[in-house]
Design a protein around this ligand. Sequence first.
Ligand code: GAF
Length: 384
Amino acid sequence: MGAQQVREGFAALYGAEPEGVWSAPGRVNLIGEHTDYNDGFVMPFALPHTAVAAVSRRDDGVLRLHSADVEGGVVELRLDDLAPESDRNWTAYPAGVVWALCQAGHPVTGADVHLASTVPSGAGLSSSAALEVVIALALNDLFELGLQRWQLARLCQRAENVYVGAPTGIMDQTASACCEEGHALFLDTRDLSQKQIPFDLAAEGMRLLVVDTQVKHAHSEGEYGKRRAGCERGAALLGVDALRDVPYAELGDALARLGDDEEAVRLVRHVVTEDERVEKVVSLLKAGDTRAIGPVLVAGHASLRDDFRISCPELDLAVDTALAAGALGARMTGGGFGGSAIVLAEAADVETITKAVEEAFATAEFTAPRIFEAVPAAGARRLS
Ligand code: GAF
């Protein structure tokens, strides 16, 4: 939905023009999965799909929220009443951001908000981070808070961890806040240092497809948290602050020290090899050897499937079918347990691959996937 439509929606609801309209994108992650809460590396890029918010300030401690995508009217909340894990609805994401800002002492006194999003929800494409970041950016501008993008991402993560109650890392919020058009974001999640890496597949005759399996995932459900706790346990067993601190060159020794703790071995091996894969992809892209990232993506999928154990039959089918139909690389993206896969392909092979994946899903009697091309788009910004 465009800025104008959201602006008009706001005016119809609240009887006045909004002070401004902002957008924040969803993301796909090229490589670096479940590394962010281990202080490791990630490499997402922004999708053209965005959450758009029309917002005006209030000074009476009231927050009014409305979404064009959800049935029901305006939800009215008092800032004083906002409390962690008190809300299980979509409103928890924007309200959580307001809560996090107030908690951190920022002078936010209320707002009227009308939202609309084109980021598919439950597809592993960060629809919730887009909702959080668009609100954070709008309030940062309107209340002149002077916060930098990475600080907004941190506040949004706090909203998600504490207010919503989902123990996620920092990747999605940083991607939505900091990505740039035509680039993938190489992010060190330990100190949030960033490099924008040019990523223009079209110029090299390639495409990146997203295969949304339509299998819905949810982070606040247990498995994500279990993996995170398992990684923290692995780090404690190895005597390091985070698995990021286990050098790839010393992985063999580290695994030997974990002995027959099979779960710790698998989780540690995934995280340490995945950090190495991110660095490998960065160096291949810098060297202009883009096609060579394909096998690295495939290795990443195998690691998530076999060691981290967060794939599912639909994701595996999408990846295996795309590869058999000629893709250069493919892997699941995002938190797992459903959601989306990405496929790197020669432009000339896109049609064949798309058809093969659709047919394989039909044969397996899975829900038809939604397949679309992803081109690195802009991060969060003010539209009007
Ligand atoms: C989800 C989380 F929100 C991210 O923080 C990250 O851990 C990702 O899963 C897995 O890489 O998107």
